[in-house]
Design a protein around this ligand. Structure first.
Ligand SMILES: [Zn+2]
Ligand SMILES: [Zn+2]
Length: 191
C-alpha cells in the first residue's frame, strides 16, 4: 500500500466475502499497523461469525499478547453484513453467492457516485449476475480454464462479461499459468 501511495491508516472499512485462507490470511500485518502505527477506528463487514473468526485469527497470530496488549489498542467494530447498509460511512448492498459449502458474500459498494461490485469466490450462478448488474466496475473471480470446482472458469467469465456489456470487469484469483495481457503486480488502472 505504501508503495502505491495508499495510506493503510486511512482505510475505514474492510469487506470480507468469506473465511477461506487465501482471502483472510493477509490481514494480520494490516491489523498490526492499525494497532501500533495508526490507531484510527476501523470496521469489518462480513458473514455471520465474523467477530469470532477474526479474533481467533488475531489470537493465532500473536498468542496471549493479542488480548493482553494489542486488543485494548485496536479500535474495531465487527458488523454482520445485511442486505444493504452503511458501514464506516460506506454504503453497500450484499448478495449471497454460491461457493462450495462455505458460500461467499458479494458486495456492491458505492464510491463517489459509482458502483463497484466485488465477488470474492463464486460459481457462475444467477446471484453473480445480480451482483454485477449495471455496476460501473466489477472485480470478479475467474480462476482458470475448464472445470474449476466451486469457482468460475474463464469460459463462464467470458459469457458473464457479454451479458453485462456496460460493466468494466477485472477478473482475479489464483492461477498457476501466465496469462498474456494480464496486469502486473502493483499496476495501477484508471477506471
Ligand atoms: Zn474461497
Ligand atoms: Zn479464493
Amino acid at each position: 500500500m505504501h508503495r502505491l501511495g495508499v495510506d493503510p491508516g486511512a482505510i475505514k472499512v474492510v469487506f470480507i466475502t468469506h473465511f477461506h485462507g487465501d482471502h483472510t490470511l493477509g490481514l494480520p500485518p494490516f491489523v498490526l499497523h492499525r494497532v501500533f502505527v495508526d490507531q484510527r477506528p476501523i470496521t469489518f463487514v462480513g458473514p455471520a461469525g465474523l467477530e469470532a473468526f477474526l479474533e481467533k485469527l488475531w489470537e493465532v497470530s500473536w498468542g496471549a499478547d493479542w488480548k493482553r496488549v494489542m486488543r485494548p489498542q485496536f479500535k474495531v467494530k465487527y458488523v454482520t453484513a445485511r442486505g444493504s447498509g452503511t458501514a464506516g460511512g460506506v454504503r453497500y448492498e450484499s448478495v449471497k453467492l454460491d461457493h462450495g459449502s462455505m458460500g461467499s458474500i458479494g458486495y456492491r459498494i458505492h464510491v463517489d457516485g459509482k458502483v463497484v461490485a466485488y465477488s470474492g469466490d463464486t460459481e457462475p450462478t444467477a446471484p453473480l449476475d445480480k451482483l454485477v448488474d449495471h455496476a460501473d466496475v466489477a472485480i470478479v473471480e475467474a480462476t482458470g480454464p475448464g472445470d474449476v470446482f466451486s469457482h468460475m472458469s474463464w469460459e463462464a467469465a467470458t459469457k458473464l462479461r457479454k451479458r453485462h456489456p456496460d460493466t468494466r470487469f477485472f477478473f482475479n484469483h489464483v492461477y498457476s499459468g501466465t496469462v498474456p495481457g494480464a496486469v502486473k503486480d502493483l499496476q495501477v488502472i484508471e477506471v
